[in-house]
Design a protein around this ligand. Structure first.
Ligand code: PHE
Length: 416
C-alpha cells in the first residue's frame, strides 16, 4: 500500500459517494438516470452519472436503449496517466461503436470510477459498479495489484472483467470471469532478459523493485530467472516501497557491485526519481524497465537521467501495421496526443468486449464470459489477440528506447 497522503483523492472518494447517495433522491428516486449515452469525461471529483441502482436482479439483456459497462482506473495519484490514457482509449472505442449503430442495437454507455491507485478503493468501486450501477461487464485495471483487488469482487458476483494491461499471472487466476488482452510477466521478463543478453550483450544486471506491487515483485523474479538461464548474473537485488523519496541506500549498494545495467520493474513516477538519484550518485549503468515505464511523465521527471534507457512495452506508435497507424491518427485527432501503450490497450479491450457482446446469446455473466473466452484472432492495435485457456493473450512485445525525451522503437521480441 502507498503511504503518501492524497488529499485530492480523498475528496474524490467522498464526492463520488455523495453523488451516488444523493443522486437518485434528488431526482425523486427515478430509476432512469442514464446520462450521456456513450459516457463523457469523468468529471474531476465525481463519477459521471449514468445509471442508478434502483432495479433488483441484473437482467441478462438490460432493458432500455443503452448497455452500461463499467470502468475503474487510477485517474488521480502517482499512476494517474495509466488511468487517463486507458480511459481515452476506451472512450474512442465507445464513440466509434456507437457511431456504427452500437451493440445489439443499443448504444454503449460507460460508468467510470477513479480508484486513485489504491487497492482498497478498487474493491469498493467494483462493488459499486456491480451492485449499484448494474454493469454487464467491467474494464480495468492497469496496475496488477488493483486488478487483483477488483477482480476478486467481479468474480464473486459473476460479472466478466477484462484487464487491458495487468501483466501479473495472478490476475486471471482469480477465476473464469477474469480476462486480459495483454501478455503476462513471465514472458515480459524473458523479453527484457533476452534483449539485455543478446541485443545489448550485458553480463551483470542489478535489480531495484517495488516490494508493494504484485507487478514489480513478479516481473523482478521473472526477469532474474530468464536472465540467469541465459548465462547472465544478478549481483544485487534491492527493494523500495512505491512512493519512497530516497533511494540512496539501495543505489549505493548497487553501485558497489559495478553492474552493466539496473533493471527497474516499477511504475514511472518512482522510476523517474530513481533515475535522477542514480545519476547523481555517479551510476552510469544502462537503465532497463518494463511496461510500468509507459508514461510521458517518465521523461518529464527523469529528464536526461532516463535518456538512453530501454523498456519493454505492448506497442510502439511507430509500428507500420495499418491497425496502429489508423488508431494513432484517430487518437491524435481526438486528444491531440500520441497514444501510449495504455491508450492502445484500453481501446483494444473495449473493442474486444463489444465483439464478444455482439456474439453472446445474452449479456448474462456466464454467456458473456463464454463469448470472451472464445475470442480468436481479434485484430487489435496491440497485435492479434486470441484468448487462451487461462484467459490470457499471447502477443509479441516491443522494446523502446528513450531518445530525445521520447520512446523510440528499438526491437520486437516474439514469444518463442
Ligand atoms: N503491466 C503493469 C501491471 O501489471 C501495468 C502497466 C501496463 C503499466 C502497461 C503501463 C503500461 O501492473
Amino acid at each position: 500500500m502507498r503511504s503518501d497522503a492524497r488529499p485530492l483523492g480523498y475528496f474524490t472518494a467522498l464526492l463520488s459517494t455523495l453523488t451516488l447517495a444523493l443522486g437518485p433522491t434528488l431526482l425523486g428516486g427515478c430509476d432512469k438516470m442514464r446520462g450521456g449515452g456513450g459516457g463523457g469525461e469523468p468529471e474531476k471529483g465525481k463519477a459521471p452519472e449514468s445509471a442508478s441502482g434502483a432495479s433488483s436482479a441484473k437482467p441478462a439483456d438490460p432493458a432500455g436503449d443503452t448497455i452500461l459497462i463499467g470502468e475503474f482506473g487510477s485517474l488521480t495519484g502517482s499512476e494517474a496517466t495509466f488511468g487517463q490514457s486507458t480511459h481515452n482509449g476506451i472512450m474512442l472505442a465507445i464513440e466509434e461503436v456507437n457511431a456504427a449503430g452500437g451493440v445489439r442495437n443499443k448504444k454503449i454507455a460507460v460508468k467510470t470510477y477513479d480508484d486513485q491507485g489504491k487497492s482498497q478503493e478498487a474493491g469498493t468501486v467494483v462493488t459499486r459498479l456491480i451492485t449499484e450501477d448494474k454493469v454487464v461487464a467491467i474494464l480495468g485495471e492497469v496496475a496488477s495489484s488493483l486488478s487483483i483487488a477488483g477482480g476478486r469482487v467481479a468474480q464473486q458476483y459473476g460479472v466478466p472483467m477484462i484487464s487491458p494491461s495487468s501483466t501479473n499471472p495472478q490476475v486471471t487466476q482469480i477465476g473464469d470471469m477474469i480476462f486480459r488482452v495483454c501478455f503476462i510477466d513471465p514472458y515480459q521478463g524473458f523479453v527484457v532478459a533476452k534483449f539485455a543478453r543478446e541485443n545489448l550483450k550485458l553480463g551483470n544486471v542489478a535489480v531495484l523493485y517495488d516490494q508493494a506491487q504484485a507487478y514489480s515483485k513478479g516481473l523482478k523474479d521473472d526477469f532474474i530467472k530468464s536472465f540467469k538461464e541465459m548465462g547472465g548474473a544478478v549481483p544485487s537485488e534491492q527493494a523500495y516501497t512505491g512512493g519512497d523519496q530516497d533511494f540512496s541506500a539501495q543505489l549505493t549498494t548497487i553501485k558497489g557491485t559495478n553492474p552493466d545495467a539496473i533493471f527497474l520493474p516499477g511504475y514511472y513516477t518512482d522510476v523517474g526519481n530513481v533515475a535522477l538519484q542514480a545519476r547523481k550518485l555517479g551510476l552510469t549503468a544502462t537503465l532497463l524497465g518494463g511496461d510500468g515505464w509507459d508514461s510521458s511523465k517518465l521523461t518529464e521527471i527523469g529528464g536526461p537521467a532516463i535518456e538512453g534507457a530501454y523498456y519493454s512495452n505492448h506497442y510502439s506508435h511507430e509500428e507500420q501495421r495499418p491497425e496502429v497507424q489508423t488508431f494513432v491518427k484517430k487518437y491524435q485527432a481526438k486528444y491531440n496526443q500520441v497514444p501510449d501503450g495504455l491508450a492502445a490497450l484500453g481501446y483494444d479491450s473495449a473493442r474486444l468486449l463489444f465483439e464478444a457482446m455482439g456474439k453472446a446469446p445474452s449479456l448474462g455473466g456466464k454467456e458473456l464470459a463464454a463469448a470472451l473466452a472464445a475470442t480468436k484472432d481479434f485484430k487489435g492495435v496491440t497485435g492479434v489477440i486470441s484468448i487462451d485457456a487461462d484467459r490470457n493473450a499471447k502477443k509479441p512485445a516491443v522494446v523502446l528506447q528513450i531518445k530525445g525525451g521520447k520512446p523510440a522503437y528499438a526491437a520486437t521480441i516474439a514469444p518463442n
